[in-house]
Design a protein around this ligand. Structure first.
Ligand SMILES: Nc1ncnc2c1ncn2[C@@H]1O[C@H](COP(=O)(O)OP(=O)(O)OP(=O)(O)O)[C@@H](O)[C@H]1O
Length: 251
């Protein structure tokens, strides 16, 4: 696939009981970029994110992923096509160790979902890749730690490792920095940079420093509609964007 845009939403709208949470959004995400979706509280970011990951069905509009219409598809089908949503901690199995969690994700990718009964030897084949992924997210010290015992930040990067295990072409991140301690932000940013090599990332994020440093392109939503789009420098200087944030008492 060589089209410049991996994900293209056209006329995307979602109505809740007559109220438009997202209205006529046209969003194109360029392949192999990190793209941010931002906006003040209630702007429609989460709704938009849920539409793009097909957790919600649009009232109107289409979403093309690699040129195919996925707008009325389901998340599992979309994931199998290479568009995966990350940072859902519920996707991590608490009683399983870090290694086991990543191994299960690799098994899913390999289509061996029910292979837990297979000989240990065949499962060990997956361990090399699992350990690489664990190293990539900085959890090597915690390989044998049950996920439930990890700190919040480490659970989140473990979840990211299980997402990368599926080898998706595109990852949607829902507020990857939310709830992280100040000291975790730099390392998680570096992980996202590493993960983005050869992939496309779309993220909803509130931390403007993170967006400024990581994102190639930024789309600003307000009242369910696109207010501005451009580089971080462009949108952060846009008077309409400044007004939307100041008017909404956001910094
Ligand atoms: N299921 C729903 N039913 C009714 N209204 C909804 C529903 N989901 C969202 N909304 C409304 O749609 C609007 C956009 O909400 P959304 O959560 O998408 O915004 P957001 O930009 O993610 O906000 P925040 O940054 O505060 O999370 C809000 O006014 C919200 O109250």
């Amino acid at each position: 696939m060589n089209e410049p845009f991996i994900l293209e939403a056209t006329g995307l709208s979602k109505q809740f009981r007559g109220f438009y949470a997202v209205k006529d959004v046209n969003l194109s995400v360029r392949r192999n970029t990190i793209h941010a979706l931002i906006g003040p509280n209630g702007a429609g970011k989460t709704t938009c994110f849920n539409l793009l990951t097909t957790f919600l069905t649009p009232t109107a509009g289409t979403i093309l992923f690699n040129g195919r219409d996925i707008s009325r598809s389901d998340p599992a089908t979309v994931a199998s096509k290479g568009l995966v949503r990350s940072f859902q901690i519920s996707a991590v199995f608490g009683q399983m160790t870090v290694l086991e969690n990543v191994r299960v994700a690799l098994q899913r990718k390999a289509g061996m979902t029910w292979a837990f009964w297979r000989r240990d030897k065949s499962l060990k084949v997956l361990d090399t890749r699992a350990l690489e992924l664990i190293e990539m997210v900085g959890l090597t010290r915690y390989v044998d730690t049950p996920a439930v015992s990890l700190s919040y930040g480490r659970k989140r990067v473990l979840e990211l490792a299980t997402t990368i295990a599926l080898d998706p072409e595109m990852i949607l991140l829902d507020e990857p920095m939310a709830g992280l301690g100040h000291e975790d932000i730099g390392p998680v940013m570096q992980i996202i940079r590493d993960v983005a090599k050869g992939r496309t990332i779309l993220m909803v994020e509130h931390n403007m420093k993170v967006i400024a440093e990581l994102c190639d392109r930024v789309t600003v939503l307000q009242s369910g509609q696109i207010l501005a789009e451009g580089t971080y420098d462009e949108v952060s200087r846009d008077p309409a964007v400044i007004e939307a944030y100041v008017g909404g008492a956001n910094d």
